[in-house]
Design a protein around this ligand. Sequence first.
Ligand SMILES: [Zn+2]
Length: 331
Amino acid sequence: MNYVVFDLEWNQPMKPGDEEACALPFEIIEVGAVLLNEDRQIIGEFSEIVKPNVYHRINIYTKEIVNLQMKELRKGKPFPEVMDRFMKFCGEDCIFCTWGPGDLVELQRNMKYYDLPPLSDGPFRYYDVQKMFSLEFEGHKGARALDYAVEFLNIQKSEAFHRAYGDAYYTAKIFEKITSPEILEKFSYDTYHIPQKRNEEVYASFPGYSKYISRGFRDKTEAIHDREVISSRCPVCNNRLKKCVRTFTPGGKYYLNVAVCEEHGYLKSKIRIKKTDEGTTYVVKTQRFVTEDEVAQIAGKRAHIHEVKRMKEELAKRKAGKSRQKKEENE
Ligand SMILES: [Zn+2]
């Protein structure tokens, strides 16, 4: 299995919010990639400029970052043609590697805009080298800039930054230095296309945690009441577990609960509610074992949120009572 480490440069509208911006917020103007074999040695290179079709002026922010002139872009090839060559470069079976999750999203948005066949019909695994860099060298999740990582690892600066090929090359060089087996097991999942049916939903386990990616739901309410979404199964013995902290939300973006396996301990679920570009609601749930102290903290958070909610309701009731009283007095 080969790796394709790729990077994109894109342009955006001069004014956000116009009609084109809704259909294609970022137009890809350059695609760069290196092909690596299983030993992560470079065996191929790809660099193409895309001829702009949507935005014919370079946005001021893009101009500040990307060293490309409209004059050069006009000499590029149309996006569908570049993609045709890029897909051939990638081959039948490859694992994508990128610096952060954004490039895969914008690539697929541009492909959809041109009605090209989708990269995949559901979620697929890829390597987010940005995330892996922080895990490997800083011991936690993070989102460092590419030039920071290049500097940190003393990689020779032989290529231009903020050009697609250069950034892909540096990402490949950083990827090469990630060697911990448990970090190389930490794939990310692209969810631009979500599972279509229940039996296509994704269940993946990683060292220390597991991940579930749901099919689409009508809305948040339907999602959060789905049996599979709120249920907890022990990743070790596969038993269905009882909750010891019932599902709650600290602000609406995600939900938390804790279940307990008598043999294997406390399992925390974090249920993130997400939306596709088409507006379909889906869920990404991650589960991991937590300590008793963490359970106490989560239970405390839930109790606090419920207490605040109760107090607000009480206050609203009193206000309503007062205004009723006033109304009666006036009559
Ligand atoms: Zn268990």
